[in-house]
Design a protein around this ligand. Sequence first.
Ligand SMILES: N[C@@H](CCC(=O)N[C@@H](CS)C(=O)NCC(=O)O)C(=O)O
Length: 55
Amino acid sequence: MKLYMHPASTTCRGVMQFIAEDKLDIEMVNVDIFTGEHSGEAYTKLNPNSLIPLL
Ligand SMILES: N[C@@H](CCC(=O)N[C@@H](CS)C(=O)NCC(=O)O)C(=O)O
């Protein structure tokens, strides 16, 4: 399982904290919302809403 996120995103941090506290085996995939990566073709194929986080 993967979490698509950005560490500066407050909506991601709660999910990241839950994963860390429960030591879950989930890969973190950084999506650079500052360069618009979340609006690119690769990410919108995963999440048409263009928002992070995405599990
Ligand atoms: N509750 C929303 C919150 C997601 C959200 O607002 N994420 C922000 C980052 S904090 C985002 O992806 N913003 C990109 C944008 O609005 O273009 C959801 O998970 O669907």
